[in-house]
Design a binder for this molecule. Sequence first.
Ligand SMILES: Nc1ncnc2c1ncn2[C@@H]1O[C@H](COP(=O)(O)OP(=O)(O)O)[C@@H](O)[C@H]1O
Ligand code: SF4
Ligand SMILES: [Mg+2]
Length: 407
Amino acid sequence: MSADPALTDVRPADAPAGGTGPADAPTASPGTAPGAPLLSVRDLRVMFTRPGGGRVFAVNGLSYELRAGRMLAIIGESGSGKSVSSRAIMGLLPPSATVTGSIRLDGTEIVGMPERRLRQLRGTQVAMIFQDPTRSLNPTMRIGLQITEAIHLHNKIDKKAARARAIELLKLVRLPAAERRFHDYPHQLSGGMRQRVMIAIALACNPKLLIADEATTALDVTTQAQIMELLVDLREQLGMAVIMISHDLGLAASYAQDVVVMYAGKAVEQAPAEKLFARVRMPYTRALLGAIPRLDATPHSLLPVIGGQPPNLSVMPTSCPFRPRCPVASDQCAEIPPLLEHEPEHRWACWHPDGPGAADQAAPVAAAGAGGAAGPAVASAQPPAAAGAKTLTTPGRAGSATGQGER
Ligand SMILES: Nc1ncnc2c1ncn2[C@@H]1O[C@H](COP(=O)(O)OP(=O)(O)O)[C@@H](O)[C@H]1O
Ligand code: SF4
Ligand SMILES: [Mg+2]
């Protein structure tokens, strides 16, 4: 086992079954104890009650930890509970949601925190950016004003100082011609530039944690790489932790240091990126890798998909939720496999991690994120068996110095 503390970030907590329920939130953040994670999610459960009385078990016992200054990728198909679990960290779930378990951010319990305190927390401790910046920005307001508004929410500074800070933030997110763009309306900016503005707003009050929920999904590949590079650089520069939520395991391989793979509202595999991509153990993670489109595929061939249907979340599973779609399922899979640390820092929930398909993973994906080295070394989007094949290359860091030319 590596002694490097930086490689021990994603650990499920030994959470008691059933959750802890709403906690007494202290009025002042006690801060992170030395060596403690910045974020600790334990046995998080979110259930929605539908107007007709039906229930949706969206998050079913999710546990992970994240240290300050690290980038964690939460990966899974649509509907696996990525957004709901992250919105729980922001306290941004509707009244129809029942949340149990524990989310501790910088030592402060968030589950059960009153809305007044959550408003304080949002922005100052944790901020979130979403897939579609157009929907988050006010189309009738100049972008500069939208950033100064965010600054004024938590800081009592005069107009001039807020303007200076806003321009500083626009420069920090590398918006070209920041002073001039300060007066632009959102429609005058490209999609990539609008996402930079959203990141500037998110950074307005120096959050310790930034959650990027599919923040690059709507962007073209080049702009996606530039925004991801920006997030990596900001994480390093500001010492901020980042959670990137995506359905794209290739993106996680390129940028994240730690990975949590979610299925049916739970973590099914988690590890530092290097370890996970060196040897994927969960058939669902393997299926996600196999579903990544490849440049060396035969022209006009069908895009790979994971066969079968995602699970019905209105009933609690009694067997492994991936069983109906799993190529290596056995009778044993009628019992839900626990998420256990089978190898140092590598956890998976599966009875047959060495089933057919495991051996095909001949050439491991090189995870660039681990160690936070020189940026993406692998393409977003190449399955491990692609050794020798053409890969989708992402621009190097020098190429992403600014948002110039972004579309
Ligand atoms: N407000 C809501 N009411 C009922 N069900 C919801 C609500 N929000 C999300 N869900 C359900 O929770 C599940 C997880 O959703 P989500 O976290 O958004 O998935 P994703 O992994 O795609 O981000 C989905 O089945 C979704 O339909
Ligand atoms: S526990 Fe069984 S059904 Fe579930 S992923 Fe593993 S092999 Fe497949
Ligand atoms: Mg989502």
